[in-house]
Design a protein around this ligand. Structure first.
Ligand code: FAD
Ligand code: EPU
Length: 337
């Protein structure tokens, strides 16, 4: 059997924070057979890597990093209102979005320009500008590392929540997602509920709404405030927006009348963590090469040579100060490795 594992590989180019740590073993796989071959040659712990855009590496990894490169996008079935598209987990998410937009397949236009892979999209139920991936999710296939079997998960099996799924909780580190099938709409149901999207469409002078126009509006908004990882290392929002009850919100707002929050469909409130972090004075803060982005305080950044530990320490300081000022606990969105 060909030797599939590389040794002592720098992970700097494999994570968008640009953290320079090493993996003891590293291997790429483009299908299930290659995955199984790599696993057969390995006796240490494993970590499944997509685009590395939602991880913070804080130490050398003393095991095997398995980089998912399973490709392929196929329309597999059709019904009256939908086309079902299956994509390999190693496909780039935004390229998948563009594939859909070019074919007038609606449902993922609000999720344009999110970095990372198709396979990671169900991990935290990626979301942006009023849409979450669960709304177009049909099913996925995943390889169980211990049982060495492939399982199919329907939407109900995935326990999707806000930036959550069963894959981040009960089944954490047990599965390798191989492919995801999405259910795209033949006739679009435009979602411009997010204020910034409506404003951008107006600025663009759009009179005939289309999925192409929404995608472009989202791209414009994102490019104006989120740092491009090719220029400044980051992993998007470092924390989740905390969710609290309406009564707790009313109490908090009596102390902080400017508090920015949005109502969830179940009546609970989602607080804008970026606003709270800004109020604590962190926006634009920099210590060494670790910092808090000047245009979006929810995004922590690496200006070059920060270590994962330095970013982590900064995140702890931010959490403490938000707790002290607002009595609210921030939860990390980024996966710390
Ligand atoms: P990775 O970082 O490689 O992995 C993330 C986690 O998923 C890890 O725990 C990993 O082990 C696991 N994983 C990855 N692939 C597989 C697989 N095939 N099988 C099993 N486990 C797997 N996210 C949003 O939701 N909305 C946003 O608007 C958004 N904006 C962002 C903007 C920027 C600039 C950046 C850098 C990030 C942003 N993110 C956003 C976060 C990130 O893009 C998403 O979480 C994305 O889905 C991560 O994909 P990835 O392939 O890079 O995952
Ligand atoms: N805000 C501030 N100061 C800041 C940042 C934000 O006051 O420094 C305020 C804004 O003015 C706005 C509110 O907070 O009123 C919300 O800000 P924004 O629209 O930028 O969105 P967000 O809540 O900070 C979330 C997601 C993003 C997603 C956007 C758009 C989370 C954790 N983050 O950010 O997702 O792209 O909404 O839907 O839910 C990610 O998950 O990595 C990510 C980037």
């Amino acid at each position: 059997m060909e030797k599939r594992l590389q040794q002592n590989v720098s992970l700097k180019e494999f994570n968008t924070f640009g953290i320079d740590v090493q993996a003891k073993y590293f291997s790429r796989f483009s299908n299930q057979d290659e995955l199984e071959e790599s696993l057969a040659q390995n006796k240490s712990s494993t970590f499944i890597l997509g685009g590395g855009s939602n991880i913070l590496l804080t130490r050398n990894f003393d095991g095997l990093i398995l980089k998912n490169e399973i490709k392929g996008i196929d329309i597999i079935k059709e019904d009256e209102h939908h086309l079902y598209v299956r994509a390999g987990a190693g496909e780039n998410w935004h390229q998948f979005v563009q594939y859909c937009i070019q074919r007038n397949l609606a449902g993922v236009e609000n999720l344009s320009l999110i970095p990372g892979s198709v396979g990671a999209s169900p991990m935290q139920n990626i979301g942006a500008y009023g849409v979450e991936v669960k709304e177009v999710f049909d099913e996925l296939e995943a390889y169980h590392l211990k049982e060495k079997k492939v399982y199919t998960f329907s939407v109900n099996d995935c326990e999707f929540g806000y930036r959550e799924s069963i894959f981040k909780k009960k089944l954490k580190d047990q599965l390798v997602i191989l492919s995801v099938t999405y259910r795209l709409n033949k006739v679009p149901a435009f979602n411009t509920s997010y204020g910034a999207v409506e404003q951008e469409l107006e600025k663009m002078g759009v009179t005939n709404l289309s999925i192409q126009a929404i995608s472009q509006a989202v791209i414009n908004i994102r490019s104006s405030k989120l740092p491009d990882p090719a220029e400044i290392g980051n992993a998007g929002s470092f924390f989740k927006n905390p969710q609290i009850s309406k009564s707790k919100f009313v109490e908090l707002r009596s102390k902080h009348p400017e508090l920015v929050a949005f109502e969830n469909s179940d009546g609970t409130m989602k607080l804008a963590a970026g606003w709270m972090i800004e109020q604590c004075g962190w926006k634009g803060y920099r210590k060494g090469d670790a910092g808090c982005h000047a245009k979006q305080a929810l995004v922590l950044v690496n200006y070059g040579n920060a270590s994962g530990k330095e970013i982590y320490t900064l995140s702890e300081e931010i959490t403490k100060s938000v707790k002290k000022k607002f009595g609210v606990e921030l939860e990390r969105e980024v996966n710390v490795v």
